[in-house]
Ligand binder design. Structure first.
Ligand code: ATP
Ligand code: MG
Length: 347
């Protein structure tokens, strides 16, 4: 039996993205907490009905790696979707509040996402299309699950125009207009894993450049990196190029100063979203390396296998699941529980 909006009492906001806002709610009928996402849908009634019909596919998506679905309904100009509350929040929230995610945990994130992607594709022929840290959720039971996959073509169409900021996890072939495949999700996973392990979005052009000391050293010694100072991967991107190959961003000086990355890079410039897309297509893929940390070779290889720019070379989810990094992991669900609890109890 599906949840209705009148069953729900608002508790508090959990977060907001480009297309929607998510609220923690109390379900009076079932006596439990849930998460309700409201998506602003600018479409005529027939299209809205079609969206609600298409979203019913989520009802058949049952996997320990997919966030549970409880129902959807129209809420004035929005579409409401009620899903399982993940009480540790998204991996994006987690690393922004707690710093880089331990590499062994990142391995379990990779495993969960791959299982989720394979389930969606093998059972429902669904390609996720939006893998990124904010769509990977964790709970204090030590579970990691994915959400916000592309079940409804009509919904994708109706919110597509507001979507610019999210394209930064896009694979080179997608940027160049090729259709989505499960390999594009693998690319997005690779980018997300580096982001979690480094505690920052990986697309600065200084991957092999001495300058990145500055950024990392400073961000690590900072006492309380509040969210408002955080580097926002969806906004403009800091670059500390010595010889800029890309045109300068069209931001004003004042706007640029607001970005922490730029002041740290000292004299660098920001990259607009178009510059970033060009960068992804034209430059070598980022790697899992940092001057301040050594990552296990198995992890480095895994990420590299996710980030072949040619989708034909890129490893499939199935083969990635059979890789040494995943197979040799010693992390248990109880370890993940301890880790998840440590991330929520810290404020
Ligand atoms: P974008 O809109 O660019 O895709 P996003 O994924 O952050 O960004 P939303 O999907 O609207 O945007 O989610 C907003 C935030 O709400 C997430 O970042 C996460 O912190 C929180 N959130 C979403 N779903 C849940 C859930 N089921 N349980 C707990 N927190 C959630
Ligand atoms: Mg989301």
């Amino acid at each position: 039996d599906l949840v209705k909006d009148e069953d729900l009492e608002i508790i508090h906001d959990l977060g907001a993205g480009n297309g929607g806002t998510v609220t923690k709610v109390w379900n009076k009928k079932r006596n439990c907490v849930m998460a309700r996402k409201l998506i602003l849908v600018d479409a005529k009634p027939s299209v809205r009905k079609q969206i609600l019909r298409e979203l019913q596919i989520m009802n058949d998506c049952n996997s320990p790696y997919i966030v549970g679905y409880y129902g959807c309904f129209p809420v004035d100009v929005h579409v409401g979707i009620v899903i399982e509350l993940m009480d540790a929040g998204s991996l994006n929230d987690i690393y922004r509040h707690n710093g880089p995610v331990p590499i062994e945990v990142v391995g379990k994130v990779a495993e969960a996402v791959l299982h989720g992607l394979m389930y969606l594709y093998d059972v429902h022929r669904i390609i996720h299309r939006d893998i990124k840290p904010s769509n990977i959720l964790a709970n204090t039971n030590g579970e990691i699950k994915i959400c916000d996959f592309g079940v409804s073509g009509e919904l994708i169409n109706s919110i597509a125009n507001t979507f610019v900021g999210t394209s930064t996890y896009m694979s080179p072939e997608r940027i160049q207009g090729a259709p989505y495949t499960i390999k594009s999700d693998v690319w997005s996973l690779g980018i997300s894993l580096i982001e979690l392990a480094l505690g920052r979005f990986p697309f600065t052009d200084n991957q092999d450049n001495e300058n990145d000391n500055e950024f990392e050293a400073l961000s690590d010694t900072e006492e309380d990196p509040g969210p408002e100072h955080d580097f926002d991967p969806d906004a403009t991107l800091p670059l500390s190029t010595q010889r800029p190959k890309l045109p300068p961003a069209d931001t004003t000086k004042k706007e640029r100063r607001k970005s922490k990355g730029v002041s740290l890079a000292g004299g660098g410039h920001t990259m607009s979203i178009l510059d970033l897309l060009q960068h992804i297509v034209n430059e070598p893929a980022p790697r899992l390396t940092s001057r301040r940390k050594t990552f296990p070779q198995e992890a480095v290889t895994f990420v590299q296998d996710c980030l072949y720019k040619d989708p034909a070379e890129r490893t499939s989810p199935q083969d990635l699941l059979a890789s040494d990094w995943i197979v040799n992991s010693k992390v248990t669900q109880s370890d993940l529980k301890t880790w998840a609890l440590s991330t929520v109890s810290e404020d």
